[in-house]
Design a protein around this ligand. Structure first.
Ligand code: PAN
Ligand code: ZN
Length: 187
């Protein structure tokens, strides 16, 4: 793995720019203003799919840039697996961030630290989004069943119930409804 470049042998690379994340950030005004200025790369995902079929695994090296839209830290789109029972293992390699885990049916969300040498188990039927709260790139590997598939639809429609924003220099988890945007722009 090349952690600096976010590349992996035999990988297909997907690049997500700010314009690909429409609707993901809570502060729509800050998003529009940021996009009017620039369209930075927010994250890359280098996926390797050696084989398909029962028992096979796929894996991906992801690099999430540091930064914020308004007060909200840079994040991934987030998804459920199309095959709902499919779980995933995340291995933190660099940086400092979190995985926001939200059960598809259930009230509970969990914010689990993701940083170098950390391992996070994402159970099936759980929406997951990565959030970079550090000053450096957040780099991690995700390993999941070959048949998992990515379902972005439900999240695109209703988003996660909670947001991770900077308040007084700290990352805090808030209910989306409780978050009142105040500072526009990307920083
Ligand atoms: C990860 C994610 C990666 C990018 O490899 O695909 O963090 O996030 P989005 O797919 O939500 O844009 C994973 O969970 N794979 O299943
Ligand atoms: Zn996943």
């Amino acid at each position: 793995m090349d952690l600096e470049r976010g590349t992996l042998e035999n990988a297909t690379v997907t690049r997500r720019y700010l314009s690909d994340l429409r609707g993901a950030f809570a502060d729509e005004r800050a998003y529009a203003q940021a996009l009017a200025r620039d369209n930075p790369l927010i994250y890359t995902v280098a996926s390797v799919e050696p084989a398909t079929g029962e028992g096979q695994l796929h894996y991906a090296l992801a690099v999430l840039m540091p930064g914020k839209v308004g007060a909200e830290y840079f994040l991934t789109k987030g998804h459920l697996h199309a095959w709902r029972p499919a779980a995933e293992v995340y291995v933190g390699l660099r940086g400092q961030g979190f995985l926001l885990l939200e059960e598809e049916r259930g009230e509970t969300s969990r914010l689990v630290p993701l940083s170098a040498h950390g391992v996070v188990y994402v159970p099936g039927r759980t929406a997951h989004r990565t959030i970079n709260v550090g000053a450096e790139k957040l780099v991690y590997l995700g390993i999941y069943p070959a048949g998992a598939g990515h379902d972005y639809g439900a999240i695109a429609e209703r988003n996660f119930r909670q947001v991770v924003v900077e308040q007084a220099g700290r990352a805090v988890l808030l209910d989306r409804a409780a978050f009142r945007p105040s500072t526009p722009g990307v920083s």
